[in-house]
Ligand binder design. Structure first.
Ligand SMILES: [Fe+2]
Length: 236
């Protein structure tokens, strides 16, 4: 018997999962400075700010109540005025010695902009069943595994105690994304209900992982080597 659609989604995502990127390997081993980890957070901010807009847009386009409800629930958690997730991210950045404002003011790296722009094309131009596969499985569900890798390092190498307010962003996403991620898979599996939609969903998940990986490359080169672009030089 062939693999289930669920397993194919997981396999496709995991074949280029950003948790395996060298940047997170180094972070998990305590080999990045706190300021280098803050570079990740600033780019994550630029990416997720758009992700939230994609969810709001998709909620306006999809006629099914369970999908709408999921999008609004997810968005409500993210944008809870008393406990906005992106504010938690700024708490971490402040703990690295940078200002909270530095997050919004930071450069949008080319790979980050590529991911932002790809996401808009995704929601505008791809059938919504595949677009939500790209968003929930290809992008959002990755963050759970990333946080599972980062959180132990924050305790072991970076001097944070479990439950510290400054690292809530990462600890909270192990909890929240376990729930969101599972519901996201259920929706994708329910509505990608033809061979064509399933095949498109798998291709979209693959495309999402590629864009996210390029975004990680940009973060790596900027955080570790100060490189913002690929301008060639004779010394290279
Ligand atoms: Fe979040």
């Amino acid at each position: 018997m062939g693999k289930s659609f669920h397993d194919q989604l997981v396999t496709t995502r995991d074949s280029k999962h950003s948790k395996d990127h060298l940047f997170f390997e180094l972070w998990s081993q305590g080999k990045l400075t706190k300021k280098q980890t803050a570079v990740y957070c600033a780019q994550h901010y630029h990416y997720v700010s758009e992700y939230l807009n994609w969810m709001a847009y998709e909620a306006s386009q999809i006629p099914f109540r369970d999908v709408k409800a999921y999008l609004f629930e997810n968005l409500g958690d993210e944008e809870n005025p008393d406990d906005r997730h992106l504010d938690m991210l700024k708490d971490y950045v402040a703990a690295t010695g940078l200002s909270r404002d530095s997050v919004e003011d930071s450069v949008v790296l080319a790979g980050t902009e590529g991911l932002q722009n790809w996401g808009w094309r995704l929601v505008y131009q791809t059938p919504w069943q595949a677009a939500v596969a790209g968003m929930f499985v290809g992008l959002e569900s990755q963050f759970l595994d990333i946080c599972k890798k980062i959180v132990p390092a924050l305790h072991k190498h970076y001097g944070f105690a479990p439950g510290d307010r400054q690292i809530r962003f990462f600890e909270e996403h192990v909890r929240a994304d376990e729930i969101h991620g599972a519901k996201g898979f259920v929706i994708v599996e329910k509505y990608c209900n033809t061979p064509e939609l399933q095949s498109l969903a798998l291709r979209t998940v693959e495309a999402a992982t590629v864009r996210r990986w390029r975004y990680m490359n940009g973060i790596y080169w900027y955080a570790l080597h100060g490189k913002e672009d690929d301008t060639p030089s004779l010394q290279a």
